[in-house]
Ligand binder design. Structure first.
Ligand SMILES: [Zn+2]
Length: 284
């Protein structure tokens, strides 16, 4: 006997279970979702969101740390530049001092020129003075080089100062943003935790225990969707009988492979345009 969908309930109850499942799947799909199933899906969603928020909240110190360490690198590089500039100035001062010493020597030698007795002594002294003057020129070249280097470093220091100020402001703003995000995450987590507790209180004891047990065993994911005959958590094909039952969403079933509570999700409407006027219009 096979009654149509408008037949009396008593008659439907007499049908073999597989036929009831098919009938239900075809004609009453999603109309009477098992209350525990509906709640357990919501509970899972709330728990996943809580876990995600927790992860975000816990990642915050590392994010701030990374921002600060990048800024510190920047500050360190700038300090190095300033140190190089100071060293350059110090070296130039040393070279200036060297020139002063040599010039004093040259002046002394020039005075001595008037006191020499022989041409030979005169030539020797003149040669020495020339040698000292060449040394001075070499040191002056070195000073010039160092001045150019100092100018370049100075320019880098100035550019970096501007960049550093920008970077400091950016990091400060980013930390403020992250902290206010954390505050919002904290608030949302408190709200969701209250909500999930409320949903959990509404479950039957057996479903509550089942959910907790699977959740612990399956790293937080206790509820899985079924799409096109597959458990989306473990990717295993359901037996036809189980698939037919799960399609009604009227019973609380678990995946025979991974043990998760399963529920059916209707496939997205195919874009053939045959189902309704809108689709036909879209493909026309
Ligand atoms: Zn599974």
């Amino acid at each position: 006997m096979c009654k149509n969908e408008n037949g009396p309930k008593g008659a439907a109850a007499e049908l073999p279970s597989i036929e009831i499942s098919i009938r239900v799947a075809r004609f009453r799909l999603g109309e009477e979702v098992h209350p525990d199933l509906k709640n357990v899906i919501e509970l899972q969603q709330a728990d996943l969101k809580v876990a995600e928020l927790t992860k975000q909240i816990e990642s915050l110190p590392a994010q701030i740390q990374s921002l600060q360490s990048r800024l510190n690198e920047f500050i360190h590089a700038q300090e190095e530049r300033k140190k190089r500039l100071a060293a350059n100035q110090h070296e130039r001062k040393g070279l200036d001092g060297e020139i002063k010493v040599i010039q004093e020597k040259i002046a002394r030698h020039k005075d001595q020129l008037y006191q020499v007795k022989t041409n030979e002594q005169f030539r020797a002294m003149t040669k020495e003075i020339e040698g000292e003057e060449a040394k001075v020129r070499a040191i002056e070249d070195e000073i010039l080089e160092k001045m150019l280097e100092a100018e370049e470093i100075q320019q880098h220091v100035q550019e970096a100062t501007t960049r550093l100020q920008g970077e400091e402001a950016r990091v400060a703003a980013e930390i403020t943003r992250l902290e206010s995000e954390r505050k919002a995450d904290d608030d949302e987590r408190v709200r969701l935790q209250a909500l999930r507790n409320q949903i959990q209180d509404g479950l039957s004891e057996s479903t509550r225990n089942l959910y907790q047990r699977i959740r612990q065993a399956r790293r937080g994911l206790a509820v899985a969707e079924v799409r096109e005959g597959l458990c989306m958590a473990c990717n295993v094909l359901l037996r036809p009988q189980v698939y037919n039952d799960v399609r009604t969403n009227e019973v609380l079933l678990t995946c025979e492979n991974c043990g998760r509570i399963i529920h059916y999700v209707e496939p997205a409407p195919a874009q053939t345009g045959e189902s309704n006027g809108q689709g036909a219009e879209a493909t026309a």
